[in-house]
Design a binder for this molecule. Structure first.
Ligand code: CUA
Length: 315
């Protein structure tokens, strides 16, 4: 359902109310203007025995079509300003989530509170989905790494640009649990269409349990003994092209590496998937598979070793 017919949060509801008022005004204007045009076209058309009357200016008409549109625009402003103030008011939010836009994904950082802290002593970060409690005002702090992106989940409402070098914010609130789709709404390059927002809303009473599970799952996927290897992977160019589920590696150009260690081969040519083969592949992809789009990154041996030690754990 679209946000105008079935808004799912207070912002979308306010905007939809305004939308229908403006829509009704536009329909009235359409009927009067086009109705008048069609009527005049028929009544005064050229025909035998009919001579067009010549006249200049009509004070009453000219007053009417100046004053009425002015009054309409002013009344639209008067209706819109309080709604805009409501939409832009991020105060009194119950929770703040930091959202970073980068080509071409969103990275969500949950509040720096004990409940969200992972075994790395940092707040929980997710990339595929943003999970919030229902009926709760959530402030979203936006930042962009590279170019301008725009965060929007229409059926919930609210939309804001994420601008490099500047922090912007908006708030969101969902009436009911469910999954809502959003999209980056500022063209940001080749992967723009893939830069989705997956908003998952859980009942308020279940949010603490969701948080516990999400932190436990994060810790399970990110054991301390892998921290260095994972950090090396995430710090290198791999992340620009590949997805590893549950991490900030969300590149959509190359194959998904989330379960690379369970795959039968590497790039269809190298088998099995083990440390030695992965290393061979990363160091010189062209030698293994001529014409592949995977570039040789010129990484040092030590860096490649760390990366493959991480990759072989992804199953
Ligand atoms: Cu990010 Cu479009």
């Amino acid at each position: 359902m679209s946000w105008v017919n079935d808004p799912q949060g207070p912002i979308a509801r306010e905007a939809a109310g305004l939308y229908w008022i403006f829509f009704a005004m536009a329909v009235v204007v359409l009927v009067i203007v086009d109705g008048g045009l069609i009527y005049a076209g028929f009544k005064f058309r050229e025909r035998a025995g009919h001579v067009a009357k010549q006249f200049h200016s009509h004070n009453l008409l000219e007053f009417a079509w100046t004053l009425i549109p002015t009054a309409m625009v002013l009344s639209m402003t008067a209706l819109a300003v309080p709604k805009l103030n409501f939409i832009n008011d991020t105060s009194n939010a119950e929770m703040t989530i930091h959202v970073k836009g980068q080509r071409w994904s969103w990275i969500y950082t949950y509040p720096d509170q004990p409940a969200f802290r992972t075994n790395e002593n940092k707040p929980l970060q997710t990339a595929e989905t943003l999970t919030i409690p229902a009926n709760t005002k959530i402030k979203i702090e936006l930042e962009a790494v590279d170019v301008i992106h725009s965060f929007a989940v229409p059926v919930i409402g609210g939309k804001k640009d994420a601008v490099p070098g500047r922090q912007t914010s908006l708030w969101i609130q969902a009436d009911r649990p469910g999954t809502y789709k959003g999209q980056c709404t500022e063209f940001c390059g080749a992967g723009h269409a893939d830069m989705l927002v997956n908003l998952v809303v859980v009942p308020k009473a279940e949010y603490a349990a969701w948080t516990r599970n999400a932190v436990a799952e994060y810790n399970r996927l990110n054991p301390p003994e892998l921290a260095r290897f994972r950090a090396t992977y995430l710090a290198n160019a791999c992340v620009g092209c590949h997805v590893v589920a549950g991490t900030t590696s969300q590149g959509k150009v190359g194959p998904d590496l989330s379960k690379i260690a369970s795959k039968p081969n590497i790039a269809g040519v190298l088998s099995p998937v083990n440390e030695a083969n992965l290393k061979r592949w990363i160091q010189n992809p062209q030698a293994v598979k001529p014409g592949t789009t995977m570039p040789a990154l010129g990484l040092s041996d030590a860096v490649v070793d760390d990366i493959v030690r991480y990759l072989v754990t992804l199953r």
